[in-house]
Design a protein around this ligand. Structure first.
Ligand code: SF4
Length: 575
């Protein structure tokens, strides 16, 4: 039976607990329930009262396709609200081999205490000196961890940005190739882990346990149908595997919604140079991999391995959001420069969406010129160093804007906006504004209905239907995140009538507990209720559910549309 491992980072005591009041939950539903029940909403996010929860989903450890995503939860140092940061890597599938569904890091050591690594074994926990990797970039640190604990080691690690508890800091999770390439990026979860003086959580490479199927035959049948559903939809079987998420560069540019030069324009002249098509061509020419999974069991494989001009590995998990943020939004059209920015962010442990917007603030302030890719790389390298400018940048977009007197600041609840201009794709604007997470496209990806015409057709320029579509997607996403499924399964699920029933069968066959489509939907609803209640207790009000003024006051070329929802109108998007 799955247990929750609680580790006190100050006293170094630990205990393996039954799920008890958390039974039946996983992923985001579990992290948000623990945080909402156990963390005082008004506490300082870097204080001993905050807790960092890393959880696999309800389907973690099973062979259901695309079920190995992890959720990382805490009170966010970036937004001041609750946070679930979703990430790939091998962690979620390894946890059940240790009999676990989640690890909770509690309390915090004295300020002068050294960083430690935490090695988690089947029935024990070891605190290990981390001085050999403290201060090192993530790739070098991870190589040392592998040399010490074995090639098959699975880790969640903070880089120099997390060590300094900077609000844009990620936790980097190791991927199937043993690289620390997968980022729990959003909301500064790395800062929380760093505040607890934990450099890496290391899962025993020798762990041998696993999930016992309650009904193996039923699971086998549902699993097969699940793969057929994913492989039967053009987006999940062709678009994403061939071009990765960067397939969206040309699509969103064509829609006039590719934020360019800090959200001044909806189209970027250099879009074709940084498109998914160019990316795949470059990868093929350099003998990289254009199809790659962020965790074992992914059948969609939207990730890739991007090599440099000499054919040497440069980065992976090179997403549309990163390419947009460091590309169009900064007027950079050189893919190699953008790939290097992605690598630097993975090395220092920084969220690429937050940092891309942060660098836009630096460009507004004249610290680096628009389009100067090499200059951006040098600025990013300052984060995690002793340079005070690195500390400012590493605290994210809103903080950097304030430090340099910039008034064009694309954030909601202090979290930077992703790669879809909300004036043109209004459904995603409703999500940015109302999700408890702060601006987050994944929380309710209305690009599906607004642009891609998956799961329905809600015209993107008008207001009609946007609130409803965002609300439904926010519920569905919370459920998907709780099951540990990759969000991209939604493309196929939305267009396949029996898909949710198949997911319910996967859950009931693996757990032995009845599970209906309604149960799955309720998991999403209850998760959102937990999150909204936490944020309310933390001091958020309806007024916080709004985009910055410039989206209202500045129509976006070429469609010349402005944001025209009030915060009041959008309250119906909340459960
Ligand atoms: S589709 Fe992409 S994000 Fe989803 S599990 Fe596969 S590689 Fe990871």
């Amino acid at each position: 039976m799955s247990k929750i491992l609680r580790i006190n980072t100050r006293t170094r005591e630990f205990r393996f607990e039954d799920m008890a009041g958390y039974a039946g939950l996983g992923g985001r539903a579990l992290t948000s329930r623990i945080v909402s029940r156990e963390v005082p909403a008004t506490c300082h996010p870097l204080s001993a009262a905050n807790k960092l929860v890393i959880a696999g989903g309800v389907l973690a450890g099973t062979t259901a396709a695309n079920s190995g995503r992890s959720s990382v939860g805490a009170k966010s140092p970036l937004t001041g609200g609750i946070k679930e940061s979703n990430v790939g890597g091998q962690f979620a599938h390894r946890l059940p081999k240790l009999g676990l569904i989640a690890i909770v890091l509690e309390d915090k050591p004295e300020a002068d205490a050294p960083f430690c690594n935490i090695l988690v074994k089947q029935d024990s926990v070891e605190f290990i000196d981390a001085s050999d990797i403290v201060g090192k970039d993530n790739y070098a640190a991870h190589e040392l961890v592998k040399a010490k604990f074995g090639e098959k080691v699975v880790t969640a690690m903070v880089g120099p940005a997390g060590e300094q508890s900077l609000a844009a800091a990620t936790i980097q999770f190791s991927d199937p190739d043993g690289r620390p390439s997968r980022s729990a990026g959003r909301g500064g979860m790395g800062a929380v882990m760093g505040s607890k003086k934990v450099k890496a959580v290391i899962l025993d490479p020798e762990a041998k346990g696993g999930v016992e199927m309650a009904d193996a035959e039923k699971f086998k049948t549902a699993r097969k149908r699940w793969v057929d559903i994913l492989m039967g939809h053009p987006v999940t079987s062709q678009g994403l595997p061939t071009y990765g998420t960067a397939i969206l560069v040309n699509i969103i540019n064509e829609a006039g919604a590719l934020p360019t030069k800090n959200f001044r324009f909806g189209r970027f002249d250099g879009a074709s140079k940084i498109s998914g098509e160019s990316l795949t061509e470059t990868i093929k020419a350099r003998k990289g991999q254009y199809k790659h999974g962020c965790h074992t069991g992914c059948v969609i494989q939207c990730s890739q391995v991007y090599n440099d001009k000499d054919g040497n590995y440069l980065t992976t998990g090179f997403e549309y959001e990163t390419i947009w943020g460091f590309g169009a939004n900064l007027m950079v059209d050189n893919l190699d420069d953008i790939a290097m920015m992605d690598r630097v962010c993975d090395e220092k442990g920084m969220d690429t969406i937050e940092m891309a917007n942060t660098i836009a603030m630096a460009m507004e302030a004249g610290l680096v010129k628009w389009g100067d890719g090499k200059g951006v790389i040098e600025l990013l390298k300052k984060v995690g160093s002793a340079d005070p400018l690195g500390r400012i940048l590493g605290n994210g977009t809103a903080f950097t804007a304030q430090a340099f007197g910039v008034d064009r600041v694309p954030v909601v609840k202090k979290q930077a906006l992703p790669a879809y201009d909300p004036r043109v794709i209004k459904g995603v604007g409703v999500t940015y504004s109302t999700t408890p997470m702060g601006a987050d496209h994944t929380a309710g990806y209305a690009v599906c209905q607004n642009v891609l015409k998956v799961g329905g057709d809600v015209p993107s320029h008008g207001k009609a239907g946007q609130v409803e579509v965002s609300k439904n997607l926010q519920i569905a996403t919370a459920a998907v995140d709780s099951l540990g499924l990759c969000l991209f399964v939604a493309f196929a699920v939305l267009d396949t009538p029996d898909a949710l029933g198949v997911v319910a069968d996967l859950v009931s066959a693996s757990t032995g507990k009845p599970c209906s489509v309604d149960d799955i939907v309720n998991m999403g609803v209850n998760c959102l209720k937990d999150e909204l209640a936490f944020n309310k207790a933390a001091g958020f009000t309806d007024k916080d559910d709004q985009l910055p003024d410039f989206f209202v006051n500045e129509p976006l070329p070429p469609h010349n549309l402005a944001w025209d929802f009030t915060a009041e109108e959008m309250q119906a998007a909340k459960v």
